[in-house]
Design a protein around this ligand. Structure first.
Ligand code: G3H
Ligand code: 13P
Ligand code: ZN
Length: 380
């Protein structure tokens, strides 16, 4: 009978750690394991930012419906907004409610070691050490600073099985030389073209020195809604840089930040309901699809989800000014966001892969790092 019960729980909750039929916790997947799977099967994984329960429900519902693994990422701002205990408990609840969805909980734009290590302490399975900027997240850093801090975070994170994303190159617009204006983390002042485009040779050196698991690159994208003043071409969205990096680092998982598409239908939804967003352009989904063919494995999206939710808030408020039940705003907002997430899971090829993954625990990942088997493959 005990065996039968064990089998039953394993089938129902494949990622759970349980004792005597009681779920202790649902194991979250590490970024490294997830992106290794994505690379092996040539797909990309959206990394959606979360701050609250409704965003979490919308994203993980979309992942469950499309059988996709997913990355939920929390910025420092999100951690301050919701609190670490709330975020961890919320993500655990989402995992328990959706036991077949491999979920990675990732720190977005960690500014120093303390941010990254405290995230791991609070149940994150992956961290971004953004050493492209100094700890103030405004001053572009030196290459030596970036290598040094990313390497230190990698050593600590890997010793407990957590993954690390590094960043080389500074996010910002090739049109204006500036970081996004809505940026929670972004360079101040004018940036040179050299800073705005990751150097492929330096990328090889950076990955081999820091042993990061994934590399965020700069190719002209920026955070927020105002990325491009026209539909981007190769002059302002340098997909060619991604190709050049991929040629030199074919087994490194590349990350595209600032990858919201800022779709016209969401700009219209907001503006038709009394908003005033000036016309703007994001990263076309077809460019991201090209990127995925060139080694992009993690695609960061926050702004599109914000626009989807806020667009529906505005619509409900405009269509029905007497409404005051928050759920009447939040349900359409979640539905709008969910349909955007479903679209990205399908377009990035993530759909259909969730059930193929069996989560490896962080303890076992730590052993893999210790053995050297997860060291980056870089050719001199
Ligand atoms: O890093 C950029 C993300 O969109 C997070 O933004 O810092 O306002 O949470 P945030
Ligand atoms: P967007 O502002 O384009 O959604 O980018 C989000 C991001 O890169 C989070 O790290
Ligand atoms: Zn980012």
């Amino acid at each position: 009978f005990k065996n039968y019960l064990d089998q039953f729980f394993l089938i129902c909750f494949p990622q759970a750690e349980y004792k005597k039929g009681v779920i202790l916790y649902m194991a979250l997947i590490t970024l490294r394991q997830l992106l290794d799977h994505a690379a092996e099967h040539s797909y990309g994984v959206p990394a959606f930012n979360i701050n609250n329960m409704e965003q979490g429900l919308a994203i993980v519902d979309a992942a469950a419906q499309t059988d996709s693994p997913v990355i939920l990422q929390a910025s420092r701002g999100a951690r301050a907004y919701a609190g670490d205990v709330m975020l961890r408990s919320m993500v655990q609840a989402l995992a328990e409610m959706n036991p077949r969805v491999p979920i990675c909980l990732h720190q977005d734009h960690g500014n120093n070691e303390a941010t990254c290590l405290s995230a791991i302490k609070h149940g994150f399975t992956s961290v971004m050490m953004d050493g492209s900027l100094e700890a103030d997240m405004k001053t572009p850093s030196s290459y030596e600073y970036n290598v040094d801090i990313t390497k230190r975070v990698s050593m600590s994170a890997h010793s407990v099985g957590a993954s690390v994303e590094g960043e080389l190159g500074v996010l910002g617009s090739l049109e204006t030389g500036e970081a996004g204006i809505e940026d929670g983390s972004g360079a101040e002042g004018k940036l040179s073209q050299e800073q705005l485009l990751t150097d492929p040779d330096q990328a090889v050196d950076f990955v081999s020195k820091t042993k990061c698991d994934a590399l965020a690159i700069a190719c002209g994208t920026s955070h927020g809604a105002y990325k491009f003043s026209r539909k981007p071409d190769g002059d302002i969205l340098a997909m060619s840089i991604i190709q050049a990096i991929n040629l030199k680092l074919p087994s490194t998982h590349l990350v595209m930040h600032g990858s919201s598409s800022v779709p016209q239908y969401l700009q219209d939804l907001i503006n038709e309901a009394g908003g005033s967003m000036p016309q703007t352009y994001g990263v076309p989904v077809e460019e991201i699809e090209k990127g995925i063919k060139m080694g992009v494995r993690k695609v960061n999206i926050d702004t599109d989800c914000r626009m989807a939710m806020t667009g529906q808030f505005r619509k409900v408020a405009t269509d029905n000014p007497s409404e005051f039940d928050p759920r009447k705003f939040l349900v359409p907002a979640m539905n709008e966001m969910k349909s955007l997430c479903i679209d990205r899971f399908e377009r990035f090829g993530t759909a259909g892969n969730g059930s193929k993954i069996h989560v490896i625990s962080m303890d076992d990942m730590a052993k893999e790092y210790e053995s050297g088997r997860l060291n980056p493959e870089t050719k001199p």
